[in-house]
Design a binder for this molecule. Structure first.
Ligand SMILES: Cc1ncc(COP(=O)(O)O)c(C=O)c1O
Length: 372
């Protein structure tokens, strides 16, 4: 396995002094109040290990939040574990659930850690392509790929890299597919608050029959504009969480204490997370408006930090070649979407991250306009 594309593109971005619309992170400051709270609790002495499951008041705040948002009760003692980020929560869930030879339905394009995380557990990723260009799930295709060995289905909404989101119809299909089976669900919901156009987030936690078979993974980094904190959590039914913790206890054991103590309190501020979709939707819309002046054709994005774009009016190069060239020649870094396919399928689409300051988006598009 080689170096991943994010490292390569960020390296190129540095080398060519490019504006980095490749990797998904905000380039603006996180909440002052949250930073102050972390500082305060450090001074108060919250600097030693918390229990392996996470700081209990934080788990209680998460349970309250889940009940408020999705109407379901989660036991903070037995069904929530704090983790060092969403990626770790996903890896730990897979390791807890999978045996060698199990099959896992994985959609592509998809977040880059999924397939390596399945394979390191000796399991097999059974790939299903999302339907281009809407990137919708073809549930009949999923039905065809289910076998006696299917142990898990991995879902991600809002979706990286495409910004596609699941709707109620998808949830009905999913429910009917897993009914009367032993199939688990891994639901990557790190972008739960980054959903636009008044679309409700379809969390597994809204559906009792899905929730009872799901590991649901979240990220504080995405919710509070602090991706570098690498703090998140997993919610799963008690018997699955018991297995999850067996892996977690000898891997990370306990996460950064001051952040957990500060978040236990900060999570009660509903406005801080509810306002995120409006703020990010404004950025998406601003970017869409600016990009109308370029020769890129943006695809639909209803969530996440990302919007994808076709560039067939500019070039017929492969997407990697194209992304590398525009980084070098026009100093704007993006991510070629083919890297999110194991097969390397190339629809000639690149991904832009719009969770940036207006000035950054302005400066980037000023350069992109020059590409003809
Ligand atoms: C779909 C998806 N899942 C998980 C993560 C990782 O979250 P964290 O930084 O909390 O590990 C990301 C980050 O880019 C992501 O895009």
């Amino acid at each position: 396995m080689g170096t991943n594309i994010f490292t390569i593109m960020s390296g190129l971005a540095n080398e060519y002094k490019a504006i980095n619309l490749g990797q998904g992170f905000p380039d603006y400051q996180m909440s002052e109040e949250l930073m102050r709270k972390v500082n305060e609790v450090m001074h108060k002495g919250f600097n030693q290990y918390v229990p392996m499951q996470g700081y209990m008041p934080l788990r209680e705040s998460i349970a309250e939040k889940v009940e408020f948002l999705y109407g379901s009760k989660v036991n903070p003692d037995t069904e929530i574990t704090i983790t060092p980020g969403g990626t770790y929560a996903i890896y730990t869930s897979l390791t807890a659930a999978l045996q060698p030879g199990d099959e896992v339905i994985v959609f592509q394009p998809g977040y880059d850690s999924y397939i390596p995380n399945v394979e390191i557990n000796g399991a097999v990723a059974v790939l299903v392509d999302l339907k281009f260009p809407e990137y919708k799930i073809d549930w009949n295709e999923v039905r065809k790929k289910i076998s006696a060995k299917t142990r898990m289905i991995m879902l991600n909404s809002p979706h990286n890299p495409t910004g596609a989101v699941l709707n109620e119809e998808d949830m009905k299909e999913l429910q009917s597919i897993v009914k009367d089976t032993n199939i688990f669900i891994l639901s990557d919901e790190v972008y739960e608050h980054l959903i636009f156009d008044n679309i409700p987030h379809q969390s597994m936690l809204r559906y009792p029959d899905l929730m009872q078979r799901s590991f649901v993974c979240f990220s504080f980094g995405k919710t509070y504009n602090c991706t570098g904190w690498k703090l998140g959590y997993c919610i799963a039914p008690a018997e699955l969480m018991k297995e999850f913790r067996k892996v977690h206890q000898f891997n990370c054991f306990s996460c950064h204490t001051p952040s957990q103590v500060a978040l236990a309190d900060f999570l009660k501020n509903k406005e801080a997370y509810l306002s995120l979709s409006g703020i990010m939707q404004e950025k998406r819309d601003y970017f869409i408006k600016l990009m109308k002046e370029t020769k890129f054709d943006l695809l639909n994005s209803n969530g996440s930090y990302f919007v994808c774009a076709k560039y067939n009016r500019i070039s017929d190069e492969g997407d990697k070649e194209f992304a590398i060239r525009i980084t070098k020649e026009y100093s704007v870094a993006t991510i070629p979407v083919s890297v999110f396919y194991k097969s390397g399928a190339d629809n000639k689409v690149i991904r832009f991250c719009f969770s940036k300051k207006k000035e950054t988006l302005d400066a980037a598009v000023e350069r992109l306009i020059k590409i003809s």
